[in-house]
Write a protein that binds this ligand. Sequence first.
Ligand code: ZN
Length: 54
Amino acid sequence: MESKCPICRKPSLPAHKPFCSARCRQIDLGRWFTEDYRLPDHSLPDPDDEDGQE
Ligand SMILES: [Zn+2]
C-alpha cells in the first residue's frame, strides 16, 4: 500500500514523501508556521481543481 498525502490524499511520491508534491509540502509547512488549521479563506488548492489554478 502506498502512503497518501496528508494534504490532499493523493498517493505520495517518494521524492516528496510523505506528500504528493512540493506544493503540498509547502502547504503543510505553512500550517506549522501559522499554527492555523482553520484558514480564514478557502484558497487552498483543491485536489480536484488542479487545472483551474495558475
Ligand atoms: Zn498532496
